[in-house]
Design a protein around this ligand. Structure first.
Ligand code: AVJ
Length: 321
């Protein structure tokens, strides 16, 4: 098997970064945590279940577009390397890998993820199913480190509306950095974004009837308990999915049911929660074509292709330097 795994994060990265994030999250006001800490083993399993929920249309809509457009994407890009940011289990990527191998251009798949176990497993599975494809995986946090291996043309896939986890400033910084790295002839970005729609539909997607998203949200407290010896009682919080109409984003929050304090020994601090106080755990920005195209233009991309699903719930776009 032709697999390499470049571990760019030191072994204690997760522990240190979580400590720093948790410290500013729990002492700041309002309290908020970055969403990357959802995805431990259990959290990744829960996310996988979310992608199959009837209410969570995002994954199905994106797959539908990929199925319809993969051949066209292969023809338009002639990609030799497919880079995937936040690759997770690489499940949807197979549609692209199939089209790019059928087109005969693809030499290498380069998934990038912060979770080394998920990445190891995905790299093995892809390598097994695509003999002859080089798999060059990198354990990295793409917000600070963007590995874009040669040979080009490189197609950078950033799917699933993961870009919605970034606020306006973080997106501008990320897109500018990505654009600066995409200097090879024919390099391109394939971006998947969830679109603005009725708040009822959006809220249901983040607060499902079976409570899988609530469990996913609360799992971050379990991560803090395990990694930092914290004493969070999952039953002391309610999961909330709110539509922020001004920022056009879903916000997931854990709302304290009663006033209480939580010890976090590894940080040497106590977090005090008022009754009804929120810990914001995720933002999930929803997009519109015009303003997003402008954002990409400001980052020096052009957007020659915009492909919505038949119901205009989700869109894939191709952006080129
Ligand atoms: C993986 C960040 C795109 O925001 O829809 C799913 C994560 N959170 N349900 C999203 C998520 C709650 C998801 N992203």
């Amino acid at each position: 098997m032709r697999i390499t795994v470049d571990r760019r994060l030191p072994a204690d990265h997760a522990a240190r970064a979580l400590r720093a994030d948790a410290e500013s999250a729990l002492t700041g006001r309002p309290k908020r945590l970055p969403p990357k800490w959802f995805y431990d083993e259990h959290g990744s399993t829960l996310f996988d279940r979310i992608t199959r929920l009837p209410e969570y249309y995002l994954t199905r809509a994106e797959r539908q577009i990929l199925n319809a457009r993969a051949e066209e994407i292969a023809r338009l890009t002639d990609a030799r390397t497919l880079v995937e940011l936040g690759s997770g289990t690489s499940a949807k990527t197979r549609v692209l890998l199939d089209a790019l191998t059928a087109a005969g251009t693809l030499k290498q798949y380069a998934p990038v993820d912060v979770s080394d176990t998920t990445l190891d497993r995905a790299a093995e599975a892809i390598s097994r199913d695509y003999p002859g494809l080089r798999v060059a995986a990198t354990v990295a946090d793409f917000e600070t480190d963007l590995p874009l291996p040669e040979p080009g043309p490189r197609l950078v896939a950033f799917l699933g509306s993961t870009i919605g986890n970034l606020d306006t400033e973080q997106r501008a910084a990320f897109l500018t950095r990505l654009r600066a790295a995409l200097t090879g002839e024919g390099d391109a970005l394939l971006l998947g974004v969830d679109l603005v729609k009725s708040p009822t539909t959006l809220i249901r997607a983040y607060d499902d009837d079976q409570g899988v998203t609530a469990a996913f949200d609360k799992n971050v407290l379990r991560v803090l308990n395990r990694e930092l010896g914290a004493g969070f009682d999952l039953g002391a919080f309610d999961h909330k999915a709110l539509w922020n109409a001004e920022a056009e984003r879903i916000e997931m929050r854990l709302r304290a049911r009663v006033a209480h304090s939580v010890e976090i020994p590894a940080l040497g601090l106590t977090a005090d929660f008022a009754r009804g106080e929120d810990l914001r755990t995720e933002i999930s920005v929803k997009f519109r074509r015009e303003p997003l195209t402008e954002e990409l233009t400001r980052a020096a991309f052009t957007v020659p292709h915009w492909w919505p699903d038949p119901q205009s719930r989700f869109a894939l776009l191709l952006a080129t330097p």
